[in-house]
Design a protein around this ligand. Structure first.
Ligand SMILES: [Zn+2]
Length: 247
Protein backbone atom coordinates (compact mmCIF):
# COMPACT_ATOMS: atom_id res chain seq x y z
CA UNK A 1 0.00 0.00 0.00
CA UNK A 2 2.79 2.40 0.87
CA UNK A 3 4.54 1.68 -2.43
CA UNK A 4 1.31 2.49 -4.28
CA UNK A 5 0.90 5.67 -2.27
CA UNK A 6 4.43 6.81 -3.02
CA UNK A 7 4.15 5.99 -6.73
CA UNK A 8 0.86 7.93 -6.93
CA UNK A 9 2.57 10.93 -5.35
CA UNK A 10 5.89 10.90 -7.12
CA UNK A 11 5.74 8.90 -10.35
CA UNK A 12 2.31 8.98 -12.02
CA UNK A 13 2.75 11.69 -14.67
CA UNK A 14 0.47 14.66 -15.14
CA UNK A 15 0.47 17.80 -17.28
CA UNK A 16 1.80 21.12 -16.04
CA UNK A 17 3.16 24.27 -17.61
CA UNK A 18 6.96 24.04 -17.63
CA UNK A 19 8.13 26.97 -19.69
CA UNK A 20 6.72 30.43 -20.28
CA UNK A 21 7.75 32.94 -22.91
CA UNK A 22 6.75 36.45 -21.85
CA UNK A 23 5.80 38.61 -24.81
CA UNK A 24 4.53 41.55 -22.81
CA UNK A 25 4.25 42.05 -19.08
CA UNK A 26 3.45 45.53 -17.83
CA UNK A 27 1.90 44.26 -14.59
CA UNK A 28 3.56 44.79 -11.20
CA UNK A 29 4.51 41.09 -10.84
CA UNK A 30 7.83 39.75 -12.11
CA UNK A 31 7.83 37.27 -15.01
CA UNK A 32 9.12 34.49 -12.72
CA UNK A 33 6.27 34.87 -10.22
CA UNK A 34 3.67 34.65 -12.96
CA UNK A 35 5.40 31.64 -14.52
CA UNK A 36 5.45 29.94 -11.11
CA UNK A 37 1.73 30.51 -10.66
CA UNK A 38 1.00 29.16 -14.13
CA UNK A 39 3.11 26.08 -13.38
CA UNK A 40 1.08 25.31 -10.27
CA UNK A 41 -2.26 25.61 -12.09
CA UNK A 42 -3.59 22.01 -12.43
CA UNK A 43 -4.21 21.01 -16.06
CA UNK A 44 -6.50 18.25 -17.30
CA UNK A 45 -4.22 15.44 -18.42
CA UNK A 46 -4.53 13.01 -21.32
CA UNK A 47 -2.05 10.22 -20.59
CA UNK A 48 -3.01 8.22 -23.70
CA UNK A 49 -2.19 10.90 -26.28
CA UNK A 50 0.98 12.40 -24.85
CA UNK A 51 4.49 11.10 -24.13
CA UNK A 52 6.89 12.07 -21.39
CA UNK A 53 9.44 14.30 -23.20
CA UNK A 54 12.32 12.01 -22.13
CA UNK A 55 10.52 9.03 -23.70
CA UNK A 56 9.27 10.84 -26.81
CA UNK A 57 10.61 9.83 -30.21
CA UNK A 58 11.36 13.44 -31.13
CA UNK A 59 14.14 13.72 -28.48
CA UNK A 60 14.01 17.45 -29.08
CA UNK A 61 14.50 19.98 -26.32
CA UNK A 62 11.69 22.05 -27.83
CA UNK A 63 9.27 19.11 -27.90
CA UNK A 64 6.80 18.05 -30.56
CA UNK A 65 2.99 17.83 -30.78
CA UNK A 66 3.18 14.46 -28.98
CA UNK A 67 4.98 15.74 -25.90
CA UNK A 68 4.09 19.42 -25.63
CA UNK A 69 0.97 21.58 -25.50
CA UNK A 70 1.04 25.31 -26.15
CA UNK A 71 -1.23 27.62 -24.20
CA UNK A 72 -1.46 31.34 -24.80
CA UNK A 73 -2.77 34.26 -22.80
CA UNK A 74 -3.49 37.76 -23.97
CA UNK A 75 -5.01 39.77 -21.16
CA UNK A 76 -5.45 43.48 -20.78
CA UNK A 77 -7.30 45.80 -18.48
CA UNK A 78 -9.04 48.57 -20.40
CA UNK A 79 -11.05 50.04 -17.53
CA UNK A 80 -10.35 49.77 -13.80
CA UNK A 81 -8.55 46.95 -11.99
CA UNK A 82 -9.44 43.39 -12.86
CA UNK A 83 -8.31 39.88 -11.97
CA UNK A 84 -7.08 37.56 -14.70
CA UNK A 85 -8.11 33.94 -14.11
CA UNK A 86 -6.79 30.62 -15.44
CA UNK A 87 -9.87 30.46 -17.71
CA UNK A 88 -8.18 33.03 -19.96
CA UNK A 89 -5.48 30.55 -20.97
CA UNK A 90 -6.21 29.42 -24.53
CA UNK A 91 -4.97 25.92 -25.29
CA UNK A 92 -4.14 24.49 -28.72
CA UNK A 93 -5.75 21.24 -27.50
CA UNK A 94 -9.25 21.71 -26.05
CA UNK A 95 -8.69 18.61 -23.86
CA UNK A 96 -5.64 20.08 -22.10
CA UNK A 97 -7.08 23.04 -20.22
CA UNK A 98 -6.94 24.21 -16.60
CA UNK A 99 -8.98 21.99 -14.26
CA UNK A 100 -10.66 25.12 -12.93
CA UNK A 101 -11.09 28.38 -14.81
CA UNK A 102 -11.28 30.26 -11.50
CA UNK A 103 -7.59 30.17 -10.43
CA UNK A 104 -6.47 33.80 -10.03
CA UNK A 105 -3.25 34.45 -11.94
CA UNK A 106 -2.76 38.19 -11.60
CA UNK A 107 -4.47 41.52 -11.01
CA UNK A 108 -4.11 44.10 -13.75
CA UNK A 109 -4.61 47.83 -13.24
CA UNK A 110 -5.95 50.03 -16.02
CA UNK A 111 -3.68 49.99 -19.05
CA UNK A 112 -1.58 47.01 -17.90
CA UNK A 113 -1.10 44.03 -20.19
CA UNK A 114 -0.03 40.42 -19.93
CA UNK A 115 0.75 38.51 -23.09
CA UNK A 116 2.53 35.17 -22.98
CA UNK A 117 2.99 31.76 -24.49
CA UNK A 118 3.23 28.78 -22.11
CA UNK A 119 4.39 25.23 -22.83
CA UNK A 120 2.92 22.35 -20.86
CA UNK A 121 4.42 18.87 -20.72
CA UNK A 122 4.02 15.64 -18.82
CA UNK A 123 6.24 15.30 -15.78
CA UNK A 124 6.56 13.51 -12.46
CA UNK A 125 5.97 14.67 -8.91
CA UNK A 126 9.47 13.56 -7.88
CA UNK A 127 10.91 16.32 -10.08
CA UNK A 128 8.48 19.08 -9.10
CA UNK A 129 5.31 19.15 -7.00
CA UNK A 130 3.41 20.80 -9.87
CA UNK A 131 3.41 17.39 -11.60
CA UNK A 132 1.91 15.61 -8.61
CA UNK A 133 -1.56 14.37 -9.68
CA UNK A 134 -2.83 14.05 -6.10
CA UNK A 135 -3.32 16.55 -3.30
CA UNK A 136 -3.92 13.93 -0.60
CA UNK A 137 -2.94 10.27 -0.75
CA UNK A 138 -3.05 8.43 2.58
CA UNK A 139 -4.16 5.04 3.82
CA UNK A 140 -5.06 3.40 7.09
CA UNK A 141 -5.95 -0.06 8.32
CA UNK A 142 -9.54 -1.24 7.96
CA UNK A 143 -10.83 -1.52 11.55
CA UNK A 144 -12.60 -4.57 12.93
CA UNK A 145 -14.57 -3.99 16.14
CA UNK A 146 -16.48 -6.49 18.22
CA UNK A 147 -18.74 -5.61 21.13
CA UNK A 148 -19.88 -8.97 22.54
CA UNK A 149 -23.30 -8.42 24.14
CA UNK A 150 -22.60 -11.10 26.73
CA UNK A 151 -19.41 -9.66 28.28
CA UNK A 152 -20.22 -5.98 27.76
CA UNK A 153 -22.03 -4.42 30.72
CA UNK A 154 -23.06 -1.40 28.60
CA UNK A 155 -21.50 1.09 31.01
CA UNK A 156 -20.95 3.52 28.08
CA UNK A 157 -17.31 4.31 29.12
CA UNK A 158 -16.13 3.50 25.58
CA UNK A 159 -18.88 5.64 24.03
CA UNK A 160 -17.75 8.68 26.04
CA UNK A 161 -13.99 8.31 25.56
CA UNK A 162 -13.84 7.58 21.81
CA UNK A 163 -12.44 10.75 20.15
CA UNK A 164 -13.87 9.72 16.78
CA UNK A 165 -17.39 9.00 18.10
CA UNK A 166 -17.36 5.47 16.73
CA UNK A 167 -19.87 4.15 19.28
CA UNK A 168 -23.38 5.06 20.27
CA UNK A 169 -25.89 3.86 22.87
CA UNK A 170 -28.99 2.31 21.34
CA UNK A 171 -31.68 1.07 23.75
CA UNK A 172 -29.02 0.99 26.51
CA UNK A 173 -26.69 -1.15 24.39
CA UNK A 174 -23.27 -0.16 23.05
CA UNK A 175 -23.33 -0.18 19.27
CA UNK A 176 -20.82 0.68 16.53
CA UNK A 177 -22.17 3.77 14.81
CA UNK A 178 -19.34 4.63 12.40
CA UNK A 179 -16.81 1.82 11.92
CA UNK A 180 -14.64 3.59 9.32
CA UNK A 181 -14.07 6.59 11.62
CA UNK A 182 -12.01 4.36 13.97
CA UNK A 183 -8.27 5.13 13.89
CA UNK A 184 -7.33 2.23 16.18
CA UNK A 185 -6.28 4.48 19.07
CA UNK A 186 -7.46 1.77 21.54
CA UNK A 187 -8.80 4.32 24.05
CA UNK A 188 -12.06 2.35 24.22
CA UNK A 189 -10.24 -0.88 25.07
CA UNK A 190 -8.29 0.84 27.85
CA UNK A 191 -11.42 2.55 29.21
CA UNK A 192 -13.42 -0.66 29.45
CA UNK A 193 -13.78 -1.56 33.17
CA UNK A 194 -14.04 -5.30 32.40
CA UNK A 195 -10.91 -7.41 32.86
CA UNK A 196 -10.05 -8.53 30.20
CA UNK A 197 -11.76 -5.77 28.17
CA UNK A 198 -15.08 -6.81 26.67
CA UNK A 199 -14.53 -4.75 23.57
CA UNK A 200 -12.22 -6.11 20.84
CA UNK A 201 -10.52 -3.78 18.38
CA UNK A 202 -8.39 -5.22 15.56
CA UNK A 203 -7.75 -4.56 11.91
CA UNK A 204 -8.41 -6.59 8.77
CA UNK A 205 -5.28 -8.30 7.46
CA UNK A 206 -6.00 -7.65 3.78
CA UNK A 207 -8.06 -4.49 3.68
CA UNK A 208 -7.11 -0.83 3.76
CA UNK A 209 -8.88 2.49 3.50
CA UNK A 210 -7.19 4.63 0.87
CA UNK A 211 -8.00 8.30 0.88
CA UNK A 212 -7.03 9.88 -2.41
CA UNK A 213 -7.81 13.39 -3.56
CA UNK A 214 -6.92 14.15 -7.15
CA UNK A 215 -5.78 17.62 -8.19
CA UNK A 216 -8.30 17.20 -11.02
CA UNK A 217 -5.62 16.33 -13.59
CA UNK A 218 -6.65 12.66 -13.65
CA UNK A 219 -9.57 10.72 -12.11
CA UNK A 220 -8.53 8.98 -8.83
CA UNK A 221 -9.24 5.51 -10.34
CA UNK A 222 -6.83 6.23 -13.19
CA UNK A 223 -4.10 7.36 -10.79
CA UNK A 224 -4.36 4.09 -8.85
CA UNK A 225 -4.43 2.03 -12.08
CA UNK A 226 -1.30 3.79 -13.35
CA UNK A 227 0.43 3.38 -9.98
CA UNK A 228 -0.43 -0.36 -9.94
CA UNK A 229 0.93 -0.85 -13.47
CA UNK A 230 4.15 0.97 -12.56
CA UNK A 231 4.61 -1.06 -9.38
CA UNK A 232 4.10 -4.24 -11.43
CA UNK A 233 6.77 -3.19 -13.91
CA UNK A 234 9.21 -2.19 -11.17
CA UNK A 235 8.72 -5.50 -9.35
CA UNK A 236 9.28 -7.45 -12.58
CA UNK A 237 12.46 -5.46 -13.19
CA UNK A 238 13.56 -6.13 -9.60
CA UNK A 239 12.99 -9.89 -10.00
CA UNK A 240 15.09 -9.86 -13.18
CA UNK A 241 17.97 -8.06 -11.47
CA UNK A 242 17.94 -10.38 -8.45
CA UNK A 243 18.29 -13.38 -10.76
CA UNK A 244 21.15 -11.78 -12.66
CA UNK A 245 23.06 -11.24 -9.40
CA UNK A 246 22.66 -14.87 -8.27
CA UNK A 247 24.54 -16.17 -11.37
ZN1 LIG B 1 8.14 14.83 -28.70
Amino acid sequence: MNALRRIALAQVPSMAIDEVVMIENSSILQDEVIAHRLGLTPLKTDLDSYNLPEECECQSEFGCPLCRVTLTMDAESTEGTRTVYSGELVSENPDIIPVSDKVPIIKLAKGQKLKLEAYARLGKGKNHAKWQPVAVCAYKYYPKIEVPSKECKDCSECVDICPKKVYTMKENKVEVRDLLACNLCMDCVEACPQKPPAIKVEWEKNAFILNIESSGALPPERIIQEATNMLDKQLAEFTKQVKAEVK
